[in-house]
Design a protein. Structure first.
Ligand SMILES: Nc1ncnc2c1ncn2[C@@H]1O[C@H](COP(=O)(O)OP(=O)(O)O)[C@@H](O)[C@H]1O
Ligand SMILES: O=P(O)(O)OC[C@H]1O[C@](O)(COP(=O)(O)O)[C@@H](O)[C@@H]1O
Length: 324
């Protein structure tokens, strides 16, 4: 199995609260709550570790409430290379209603010391060559300039290693300019980058083609319950997960990215694109049935897999005009 390093610049404790229906401005009673160490790079790392990979987790970690993160590293078997900084990691609130709607309240994160990025780069320099792929995931701390993402993407590329990026907003704008190997925006994030709402497959395909022409080999666009549009080196594919009963969609995107990266790392003879997308999509559908990341060991995972559809999507017909 591969060695992967994930970078989380702004980790979070996810306060997951489940309830029937949220009534703003009222006292609401939850049916379940949990506080979990999270953040995009960490969630990706958890899935990859479950899939048998050796994973190093790094980034910046606030030392005042580091304990739940350190417990996760130990429990999930993740190699901890986080740079500790003064202060607290943020708390992100995730309100999951019975109907499947999730409301996210994501914090801005800690203020980082002036030398934090340099310290991290110093930590990363010897680690990057030891890993097969680097994943950069999530937002940036409030006072970190978005150009930091471009700096990190460039650092990995210059070391000759592939880099996968999952972020949003200005950090995505800067990160894309540095040409990562793969990205996994959802439709909203890609639309924000494109500067307009993308409402048809053709519009998404046009944006993906621009990114691929720039050198971003894989553009994985997630569409929530409508699955995935994948623009990769082997062609274009569309996947559709089976209907599942949704408890919380938090971590679905991170699970999808981890599943796609796992497929990429399989030995050559197992790297069938249809099966890889099918696996990653089914794993992300598994994820939304409960809190936390997707579980490939779920007892009915094979059924989910069998019921996940993947369609090659040739460019020479009018499918591009289809709504998403
Ligand atoms: N309601 C759902 N039912 C089944 N699968 C889902 C559902 N929501 C998300 N997924 C799966 O998880 C993937 C990622 O979800 P999405 O919400 O698009 O990402 P993000 O969490 O990054 O916004 C989707 O592409 C899909 O495969
Ligand atoms: O860094 P950001 O963009 O605020 O996102 C962090 C949040 O995203 C998550 O990683 C979940 O992401 P996905 O739902 O996209 O998989 C949460 O665990 C975390 O609270």
């Amino acid at each position: 199995m591969a060695r992967i390093m994930t970078i989380t610049l702004n980790p979070a404790l996810d306060l997951n609260a489940d309830l029937q229906t949220l009534t703003p401005g009222q006292v609401n009673r939850t049916t379940a709550t949990s506080l979990d160490a999270a953040g995009k790079g960490l969630n990706v790392a958890r899935v990859l570790a479950r899939l048998g990979h050796r994973v190093t987790v790094t980034g910046l970690l606030g030392e005042d409430n580091a304990a739940p993160f350190e417990r996760l590293f130990a429990d999930a078997g993740l190699d901890d290379s986080f740079v500790r900084i003064p202060g607290e990691n943020r708390i992100n609130i995730k309100i999951a209603e019975q109907g499947g709607r999730v409301t996210d309240l994501n914090g801005a994160g800690f203020q980082i010391p002036a030398d934090a990025l340099k310290c991290l780069e110093f930590r990363l320099a010897p680690l990057i060559p030891e890993h097969d792929v680097i994943v950069i995931g999530g937002s940036l701390p409030a006072n970190m300039p978005p150009s930091a993402v471009a700096e990190l993407v460039t650092m990995v590329r210059q070391a000759g290693k592939p880099v996968w990026l999952d972020t949003s907003g200005e950090a995505l704008v800067h990160g894309l300019a540095a040409t990562p190997d793969a990205i996994k925006p959802n439709l909203e994030e890609l639309s924000a980058w494109a500067g307009r709402a993308l409402t048809s497959r053709r519009e998404v395909a046009d944006v993906a083609a621009r990114l691929q022409a720039q050198g971003i080999t894989q553009v994985i666009v997630s569409l929530g319950p409508d699955g995935v549009l994948w623009f990769g080196p082997e062609g274009r594919y569309r996947s559709l997960p089976p209907p599942v009963s949704v408890l919380s969609t938090v971590c679905a995107g991170d699970t999808l990215l981890a599943g796609m990266l796992h497929g990429q790392l399989l030995p050559g003879e197992q790297r069938n694109p249809t099966q890889r997308l099918q696996f990653a999509t089914a794993l992300s559908a598994e994820c939304v049935r409960h809190a936390g990341v997707g579980d490939p060991a779920a007892p009915d995972f094979t059924t989910l897999l069998d019921n996940t559809r993947v369609y090659p999507w040739p460019g020479d017909n009018n499918h591009g005009e289809m709504p998403l």
